[in-house]
Write a protein that binds this ligand. Sequence first.
Ligand SMILES: NC(=O)N[C@@H](CC(=O)O)C(=O)O
Ligand SMILES: [Zn+2]
Ligand SMILES: [Zn+2]
Length: 354
Amino acid sequence: MLVIRNRLENMMHITLRRPDDWHLHLRDGAMLEGILPESARDFGRAIIMPNLVPPVVTGADAAAYRDRILAALPEGADFAPLMTLYLTEGTDPDDLAAAAQSGLITAVKLYPAGATTNSDSGVRDIDKVMPVLERMAEIGLPLCMHGEVTDPAIDIFDREAVFLDRVLEPLRTRLPELKMTLEHVTTKDGVDYVRGADRNLACTLTTHHLIINRNHMLVGGIRPHYYCLPIVKRAEHQQALRAAATSGDARFFLGTDSAPHVDAAKETGCGCAGVFSATNTMPLLAQVFDEENALDQLESFASLNGPAWYGLAPNEAQMVLEKIPGEFPATIETGAGPVTVFDPGFAPQWRVRR
Ligand SMILES: NC(=O)N[C@@H](CC(=O)O)C(=O)O
Ligand SMILES: [Zn+2]
Ligand SMILES: [Zn+2]
């Protein structure tokens, strides 16, 4: 990556391969149409989460959803959706293997039942999906995980750390050949666990978990647009995530977890979990990496580590980020209703060169 400082103009810009988003919610219908251009503008590819209602369970579901995404793409867009299947206790290993072998799907997603938005069809008993997981290990198909336990006795702020002990460690011991992506890691426990794993484990980090902690969500008023799952943690965890993202360690890469809900579903007595960050992720990441004196690691995090993990080449196209104050809309109007864009709480100092 090229970092160029022009002293005369006191301006800085960086050039990197076009980034990818390794964890994205595109939804469907009018919402899909409204928010897809926000991702397609800056990202070459994205792993598409399957938690629609009803979920994307079979190869046929994934093919139909992929076609709806492709149909909704703006003219001339340079964006490829990488499809996933939603793992259920009824998933057919042969259907899944066929979808993988034809290149239709890139990964399979594990939602513990009830852990997050639209996860009711998820897994209650891991033993029931062992034959599917064994098949995935055999054919080298990665498992993406929403890493939180759902035990009501476990405090919501501890659910990720407890998942590592109760689910992930036993699963890795039982099936060391299975390649796993721990999604949207939010704790120091999570990044330490990934660092300590000898092989077959990587994780995604979101834009917003690098920028906000639970004080931002709760001090001085409750901010529903910062409510997401896994819930934002204390500042020391945020610091650990920033250190991991900027470390250059290839096991950490970007998955925005951009998860739109219409404002009416967020600003209500029982609001939905999800932060919508597709619009401004890249300028905000430039600012985070700049603050951490790690601009030279941004390309690895956003454009190189993810493709390497999934066995793909980096994008050929390039992106230029420039240190010039930028602007972005507060809201994206969709046919389903307005969606609030992630507000980092500061004026962005970087923008994407168009
Ligand atoms: N992250 C979220 O808070 N919400 C996601 C689901 C998820 O990724 O857990 C969503 O689909 O809305
Ligand atoms: Zn999740
Ligand atoms: Zn998600």
